[in-house]
Design a protein around this ligand. Structure first.
Ligand SMILES: [Zn+2]
Length: 234
């Protein structure tokens, strides 16, 4: 079917911004597998996009293999939850929508079933301040949101709450979410959270690691903020 005959909402992206974003979402979804933080068809990736003045986001389609996914397979979901594209959006589109709605600082979201993060989440455990790099997720710890069935509004509500003042959270008996100002930042944080989850898991094999104090984590959080500013000024 030529583009001229498709309903407007089903046409492939025509703005350069949207095309670039679609390609970057596919690359990010593939990179999750290459980095070892996601296996098979699990997980999903999205990026915020306003289309024709309508706030929404682009998200990976449901149940798709990332190695055969193309930019044209990515689905646009408007703020009211209306999806447009050749496939249905990820079954987790609700938490993507609600995170974008609640968090103006977020432009991209990565959700994975990363093995170590998910192992902790299956024990209803978050990641406490056992290592200073936990502050990379925006606070003193990475919370674990309570369990709710995948794709439900209840899961989305739990995720939004667990992400308050944070850029990552675990989802009990499910996986993790990392958010950021860009797809690169969200992916980098997802890899960092998985690395921390693995280190914490390893430490737990030997004993219960001592935790850094709230005062020390506040110092680290402050240093991370000024570190970012110093780099931008270079
Ligand atoms: Zn999931």
């Amino acid at each position: 079917m030529s583009d001229a005959h498709r309903p407007p909402e089903d046409r492939p992206a025509d703005s350069p911004d949207e095309r670039g974003l679609r390609t970057a979402i596919v690359a990010t979804a593939r990179a999750m597998g290459a980095a070892g933080i996601n296996r098979g068809r699990a997980g999903n990736v999205s990026a915020r996009l306003a289309r024709a003045g309508c706030d929404g986001f682009l998200v990976t389609p449901t149940g798709f293999r990332y190695d055969v996914m193309g930019a044209g397979d990515i689905v646009f979901v408007a703020g009211d939850g209306t999806a447009s594209g050749p496939y249905r959006p990820s079954s987790e589109w609700r938490f993507h929508r609600d995170i974008y709605r609640e968090r103006p600082d977020v432009a991209a979201i990565v959700h994975t079933h990363a093995p170590f993060a998910t192992t902790l989440a299956c024990l209803d455990r978050g990641i406490p301040p056992f290592h200073y790099m936990v502050a990379r997720a925006g606070g003193r710890d990475v919370r674990c949101a309570p369990y709710a069935t995948f794709g439900t509004q209840a899961l989305s509500d739990h995720a939004v709450r667990a992400l308050e003042d944070r850029r990552a959270c675990l989802l009990a008996h499910h996986g993790m979410i990392a958010v950021g100002p860009s797809l690169e930042a969200a992916l980098e944080l997802a890899i960092e959270v998985e690395t921390l989850a693995e280190m914490y898991w390893r430490a737990l094999q030997i004993g219960e690691p001592a935790l850094l104090s709230d005062a020390e984590m506040a110092v680290v959080l402050d240093k991370f903020r000024s570190y970012g500013q110093a780099r931008r000024a270079d």
